[in-house]
Design a protein around this ligand. Structure first.
Ligand code: PHE
Length: 454
């Protein structure tokens, strides 16, 4: 049993860890293809609005629970609503990040595979079809994706087992600044490609006709995923933040970094996609299929430069995926350490075994298990849909209802305003309270229903 809870070393460590959780495949892989599929600049505008008006209040609600209780998801619910059904929310938010982690690790593994290829052999193709079929073959072959999934998860286990300060905090402190430098280098390269201008125009000139209800729901859902909401990761990380820290500043800092990173990633990827003459609406394969093609194409005239950018690009994806994955891993570890009183090391091993097994099934569902279906979906797609369309929104809704309608208003205000000492926070509290109680629940129900009937 751990005698005393570890805490992050200070405000910047807390923001870097939370931004590390938020910035991940959601920013580099999901955001650009969603922008491409759902209408360019118009999507970005709705996305910005939903980050600030919807996701920020939900983020703060989750953070307030963790910060107030200094406990993981289950313990937090037991503390604030002892002996009630709210403990199921605590349990749900232990399980859902672990399901996400299982398939996230498979995609993290693919990124390691592509990084390996960019270092060893590079990308060569004369047509986009060649790269797409190589990607299809790679994910369907059982051996290599499983190996890379294992490596990815072992990396997470290694960082998490070292503890909150010496593992998670240290890793994020080194990796997060590096990620920003890398993505800016890639951005500069991408916008300097011939033909890149059309991609930039696509991202800055909104076509308001594209703002449809499903585009709005997609943007809200994306902001949820990108800010890691509704699955207890924000709650758990906030529980490692010192009592005297200002939760609003931490939340604003995290949202700002996450938004900035997504925008830079969008402006790095779209111009490259346009420069190569590829359809922006290519879907989830956008970065794994079109980018290697771009690297191959550019490689014909500038082989070294293209090879270096390819390596930098996949390093960025791998590290961004790691910083998010460890936050999901930590939710499970915190639960086992605090509630089941086992050591961090043992907890790390148990979580590894569980998520590795589910992840392996997800990975095999692109090959040997392709015919195994749950509700008509492959195992990977089922886990993805279940979590990003339902569990995240459901968890988010319950967190919002808990803080807005069940917790004592004064307790929430105290957390939000550092006991009434921060003037600015006192001024904006009413706006936060209104968004939390009325706007957020309605918006989440709309996303939920849209996902259900879409
Ligand atoms: N926010 C992460 C990303 O953008 C994904 C994530 C979801 C992380 C849920 C933790 C919990 O990739």
């Amino acid at each position: 049993m751990e005698a005393r809870r570890e805490l992050f070393g200070g405000r910047s460590a807390a923001i870097l860890a939370l931004a590390g959780s938020a910035i991940g495949l959601g920013n580099i892989w999901r955001f650009p293809y969603m922008v491409g599929q759902t209408g360019g600049a118009a999507f970005i505008i709705i996305y910005l609005a939903s980050c600030l008006l919807l996701s920020l209040p939900i983020f703060l609600a989750e953070a307030i629970i963790g910060h107030r209780t200094h406990s993981g998801t289950f313990g937090a619910m037991e503390q604030l609503a002892p002996g009630t059904h709210w403990k199921w929310l605590g349990l749900l938010t232990v399980l859902s990040p672990l399901i996400i982690l299982s398939y996230y690790s498979v995609v993290g593994g693919w990124s390691i595979g592509y990084l390996w290829q960019s270092v060893t052999a590079g990308f060569h193709a004369d047509a986009i079809g060649t790269v797409s079929s190589a990607f299809g073959k790679f994910i369907a072959s059982p051996g290599r994706p499983l190996l890379f999934h294992t490596l990815f998860l072992l990396g997470c286990a290694w960082i998490v087992s070292a503890g909150v300060k010496s593992g998670i905090e240290k890793f994020n402190k080194v990796t997060m600044p590096l990620l920003f430098v890398l993505i800016v280098v890639i951005l500069v390269y991408a916008v300097s490609l011939p033909g890149a201008r059309a991609g930039v125009t696509y991202l800055v000139k909104p076509d308001f006709g594209k703002i449809t209800p499903s585009a709005v729901a997609a943007a809200m859902g994306q902001s949820f995923f990108s800010l890691s909401l509704g699955v207890g990761t924000i709650l758990t990380y906030a529980s490692y933040i010192h009592k005297k820290e200002n939760i609003l500043v931490t939340g604003l800092g995290t949202v700002a970094f996450d938004l900035l990173f997504a925008l830079i990633a969008g402006f790095a990827i779209m111009p490259a996609v346009f420069a190569a003459g590829i359809e922006p609406g290519a879907g989830p394969g956008l970065i794994f299929e079109t980018l290697p093609y771009i690297f191959a194409k550019m490689g014909a005239s500038a082989p070294w430069l293209s090879a270096v950018v390819a390596v930098l690009f996949f390093v960025t994806i791998v590290f961004a995926a790691f910083t998010s994955a460890i936050s999901m891993y930590e939710v499970g570890v915190a639960y086992l350490v605090e509630q089941k009183h086992i050591t961090r090391r043992k907890a790390t091993v148990l979580i590894f075994l569980g998520t590795w097994t589910l992840g392996a099934l997800c990975s095999l569902s692109f090959g040997p298990l392709a015919e195994t279906k749950i509700f008509g979906l492959t195992i990977f797609n089922f886990c993805d849909r279940l979590t990003s369309n339902f569990l995240m929104t459901f968890g988010g809704l319950l967190f919002v209802l808990f803080v807005g309608w069940k917790m004592d208003r004064q307790a929430v205000r105290d957390e939000f305003t550092c006991g009434g000492t921060v003037r600015f926070n006192c001024i904006v509290f009413d706006a936060f309270w209104f968004l939390l109680r009325y706007i957020a629940p309605v918006a989440i129900v709309i996303i939920f229903l849209t996902n259900f009937f879409a």
